[in-house]
Design a protein around this ligand. Structure first.
Ligand code: ADP
Ligand code: MG
Length: 288
């Protein structure tokens, strides 16, 4: 029997909530020394909510919510859903956006009520001091802060709160106990990433990485001689999951991520990754 047949055959993999794709997977699991963890939806729940709105001088909050909510309405991103829902809760029906454009890993642009709106990390002008301070404070507290701009000026900063999964810190300890180096990888801001990393016990952080660059980060680590497992949930993690020596998808994540992976953590609990690595090492010892 192949190792996989053994693992699957005993039903232990399924019992642990881990689905294994192919026979070569166990052997790659044994060599891993680094585990790259996506932040949003992997270490955190990814169930975001709009937690605060900070306005530039002279800006009307109702208008901010209408334009932000309408612009984000067309995006599936967890940040977008939080803002669209939060805005609709506060102001009721939202206007309809036209010329909607999603800029992967950066935000969205749209025309709403005759204004050219952008939201996310797309505004590259100077922020008024009050908005800059609000953004820094949010990020240091671990909240994602996005900038809402229209007609060339920054008008508001919106804070979006996510929650670290209660199981993540224990999972990171488990990875360390197996001698593995955890790394947090995200497209989000450095300060937010640091705060989340500290909360779960990770000290290596790679932040502000565009979706199309996540795979390159994995291959750079491999180039340094590391054998890399990647854990992710999003469309933007798929290439990195495929590039990794071992790809692990959250079963709660997107189909694209699951298809690109070797293992699926059915319940979306990171502790299952630790169990899977420990079990496959033990299984290989038994075979040898
Ligand atoms: P992650 O790696 O955490 O899954 P992404 O690569 O999807 O994050 O996004 C990176 C950053 O780009 C977000 O933290 C946010 O600042 C910005 N962003 C992306 N999409 C949106 C959106 N629809 N609305 C607002 N901001 C966005
Ligand atoms: Mg994610």
């Amino acid at each position: 029997a192949t190792p996989t047949a053994l693992l699957v055959g005993t039903g232990r993999g399924a019992q642990l909530g881990v689905l294994i794709k192919g026979p070569e997977v166990l052997e790659s699991t044994r060599r891993i020394d680094t585990v790259v963890l996506d932040k949003t939806g992997t270490v955190t729940t990814g169930q975001m909510s709009l937690s605060a709105v900070h306005l530039a001088d002279g800006t009307d909050e109702q208008q901010v919510l209408r334009l932000a909510g309408a612009a984000e309405h067309g995006s599936e991103h967890p940040i977008a859903r939080a803002i669209a829902r939060g805005a609709a809760d506060r102001v009721g029906e939202l206007p309809v956006a036209t010329d909607f454009g999603n800029v992967e890993g950066l935000g969205v642009r749209a025309t709403v009520d005759g204004h050219q709106v952008s939201i996310g990390r797309l505004f590259d002008g100077e922020l008024p001091a009050a908005l800059r301070d609000a953004k820094t404070a949010a990020e240091n507290a671990g909240r994602t802060a996005v900038v809402l701009a229209w007609d060339g000026a920054a008008r508001a900063v919106l804070d979006v709160a996510d929650t670290v999964k209660p199981s993540s810190a224990e999972a990171v300890r488990g990875l360390r106990d197996l001698g593995l180096r955890p790394v947090l990888l995200t497209g989000d801001n450095e300060a937010v990433a640091r705060t989340v990393a500290t909360e779960v016990g990770i000290d290596e952080v790679i932040a502000e990485v565009l979706p199309q660059d996540k795979a390159a980060v994995v291959s750079r680590l491999q180039g340094e001689g590391r054998a890399v497992a990647m854990v992710g949930d999003g469309i933007n993690d798929a290439a990195a999951l495929a590039q990794a020596d071992l790809g692990l998808a959250m079963g709660t994540g997107t189909d694209v991520a699951i298809e690109a992976s070797d293992l699926t953590l059915v319940r979306g609990d990171l502790r299952a990754a630790v169990d899977a690595i420990r079990l496959s090492r033990a299984t290989l010892r038994t075979i040898k």
